[in-house]
Ligand binder design. Sequence first.
Ligand SMILES: [Zn+2]
Length: 256
Amino acid sequence: MRYEELSSPEIDALDRDRTVFVLPIGSVEQHGRHMPVGTDTMLAESVALGAAARLAGRAVVMPPPWYGFSAHHMRFPGTVTLRAETLMALVGDIVGSLVEHGFRRILVVNGHGGNGGVIDVLGSTLGHRFHGKARIACLTYFQLAREAIARLRESGPGGMGHACEFETAMMMAVREDLVHLDRAVAAYPDPGSSYLTTDLLGGSAIRTYHDFADLSETGTFGDPMLASPGKGSDFHAAVVNELVRFIDDFAGWRMG
Ligand SMILES: [Zn+2]
């Protein structure tokens, strides 16, 4: 169910206590030489719609704001970044509008690693602001499904970072016409310390700034050559499964 396709009376008729409003967010940023700049937002919206289709009217997907926090990609042409404060204000205004209409369960589904710090803050600040009125949850979908993704991956550490085995396969499943594998170049960047990782599932405790142009000439982190449409469908299905399971649970969370 797409929010932008509903009328005001149709939205008014939704169950205010139980309906989960899913806001996908991503980025407009370079994705190597072989994928479009809109990859992260397209994928976040796609997994959100996949989950909503399985939840029979119990979840509504909001139109995603295209842009995210992508300062670390700005040395590559085509990247557009919001300031972290702008992204926080934007998501805060969207969530605030839904809460003003009395809706009580809002989930931000993020598809861009660079938004991670912002959604951490948003989960806390919006949760505090709307405490007692609404529950707000934020997640990054490839972290939610990290175990299922790890089981399906072929690459070793560093093979999944950006425009990589995972993202390229996912895009092949969602918009294969926008993926040009013949232009892809694999890269295993060396972040320079065993405390640091560029892997999507790497899980380092350290928070620091990685400027992508310092670490990869093409902007790719990982191995897109291992991607295929079939693997992309498997990744996509695994993510949707985890998202459905989470949304089912979230729909029953206590208000306070
Ligand atoms: Zn991406």
